[in-house]
Design a protein around this ligand. Structure first.
Ligand code: PGI
Length: 486
């Protein structure tokens, strides 16, 4: 039996845009992502699936059903998002001119009261109801303030895709930094009694990377320009720090950030120094900025005091690894491993891959977690971990094997406060639409009914015993793969 510390939390993670819509009067057409997935050119070119989020799982109306099921599994924690575009569907008054460097955003009672006049009170009260229901059921709430969708008054992704940068340009604009900080303060001001901890944002690295570099991913604004990707990252760093301060103006709660991670492995011995390059570029540069204040400005590392010590905990999202090879100016990822496999294939290492083509590689979660712990010593949460597996062939093994790696990291001294599975139910997988199914519970999208996959029962057993009991420890292994008979 692998027993977890008593106060360790088992929960699930979920995002507003991916889960909320689907019931009567639940549609929110005021975000950049909504506009993006409805755009006819995006659909015609195959950049996005043609599925629409308003046909989604319907958490907005059916949140009690979700929470009831979470209770039945025994989950006592949730990381859930709130949609900026629902609270502020219309533009807030324009700020005075902003510097490129935003070291301070003035938050005061008066500013909050003015914002209050612009806020959609129906949406706000509805979120209060949802979160109240969570709290009444004894579920610990980590409220995440940004999971990829921005109000359209801050981002017109179609204009940007066409190369028109006259605005609004989302994270390329420091106005977004300013407005996001104020939004964060406003939410903390209105909801602090229901929130246990805050996360400022989910995976800024994915938003910048997919939006301006890997544009085939189908993410807004799909405009290829590496300098703009850097600019977006720079603004995310500033936005996090300013939101951190803004939340602390009204709240005493812990404030963290959630980041997308993969663990890097060299293809051969010759490629070993590629790992350090990749980790610095993809991970440490960001965290060194918001923890140590070290930031790269005009190719030079400088210290910005206003960015230092702006983090109480780190949220680790982990799904699979990346195998890399050294190149002249850095590294490249090798297809056939990690996130770059064929759907339902066997990886070049002989490991099974998900419906989404992501390789089963649990040790990577241990490696990433220990690296964060050793570098920063900050409390950690595993804020996302899961698999697209409609048939639930691999998920039972995936769940037990990854939770086992969390156990290993705990045993080796890492302070990890909880594990949040992605996700409780199937949901809208961004540009891919509804086919990838990450739920412990299957969603019947036509009736909005929820059905338990076998993994839900396994998670229930883990949560009930607060660890992995001997009866299921055999699932801590590589799932058997059998070739299909023709
Ligand atoms: O794809 C499953 C989930 C999404 O539904 C969540 O919204 C999002 O937060 N997921 C997987 C990732 N992030 C999320 C990881 C993305 C990733 C890909 C490749 C990270 C590293 C390499």
């Amino acid at each position: 039996m692998f027993r977890f510390p008593l106060n360790f939390k088992f929960g699930w993670s979920q995002a507003g845009f991916q889960s909320e819509m689907g019931t009567l009067e639940s549609e929110d057409p005021n975000s950049d992502w909504y506009v993006w997935v409805h755009d006819n050119e995006n659909i015609a070119s195959g950049l996005v699936s043609g599925d629409f989020p308003e046909n989604g799982p319907g958490y907005w109306g059916n949140y009690r059903l979700f929470h009831e099921n979470a209770n039945k599994i025994g989950l006592n924690a949730a990381r859930i998002g709130i949609e900026f575009s629902r609270i502020f569907p219309k533009p807030l008054p324009k700020p005075h001119e902003l510097n490129d460097t935003i070291t301070y955003v003035d938050i005061n009672e008066n500013a909050l009261r003015i914002m209050d006049e612009y806020a959609n009170k129906n949406a706000l009260n509805h979120y209060r109801e949802i979160f109240k229901d969570l709290k009444d059921r004894g579920i610990y709430l980590i409220l995440n303030l940004y999971h990829w969708s921005l109000p359209i008054w801050l981002h017109d992704p179609i204009k940007v895709r066409k190369g028109d940068l006259s605005g609004p340009i989302g994270w390329l604009d420091n106005r977004t930094v300013y407005e996001f900080a104020r939004f964060s303060a406003y939410i903390a001001w209105k909801l602090d009694d229901l929130v246990d901890e805050y996360s400022t944002m989910n995976e800024p690295n994915v938003v910048a990377g997919a939006g301006y570099a890997n544009i085939k991913s189908g993410f807004p604004p799909g405009y290829l320009n590496f300098n703009l990707a850097k600019k977006a990252i720079y603004n995310f760093i500033q936005a996090h720090a300013r939101a951190y301060d803004a939340i602390k103006y009204v709240s005493k709660k812990q404030v963290g950030i959630i980041y997308a991670n993969t663990s890097f492995y060299p293809l051969t011995e010759k490629d070993e120094d590629a790992v350090e390059i990749a980790e610095n570029r993809e991970r440490w540069n960001f965290f060194d900025a918001i923890i140590k204040g070290e930031i790269i400005s005009n190719n030079e590392k400088i210290i910005r005091e206003d960015l230092r010590n702006k983090l109480d905990w780190i949220g680790i999202n982990y799904y699979s690894r990346t195998v890399i090879k050294r190149t002249e100016d850095g590294y490249i990822a090798i297809p056939g491993y990690g996130h770059i496999c064929e759907r339902n294939s066997i990886s070049l290492a002989g490991l099974p891959c998900s419906d989404f083509g992501w390789e089963f590689f649990p040790e990577g979660l241990y490696d990433v977690t220990m690296k964060y712990w050793k570098r920063y010593g900050l409390p950690l949460y595993i804020t996302e971990n899961g698999i697209a597996d409609d048939a639930d062939y691999i998920r039972p093994y995936y769940l037990v094997s990854h939770i086992y790696q969390v156990y290993r990291a705990l045993n080796n001294g890492a302070k990890i406060n909880g594990y949040f599975h992605w996700s409780l139910t199937d949901n809208y997988e961004w540009a891919s639409g509804f086919w990838p199914r990450f739920g412990l519970l299957k969603v019947d999208y036509s009736t909005k009914k929820l059905y338990w996959r076998p993994s839900a029962y396994i998670y229930k057993e883990i949560v009930k015993n607060h660890g992995i009991i001997d009866e299921i420890i055999h699932l801590n292994s590589i799932p058997p793969t059998k070739p299909l008979r023709k």
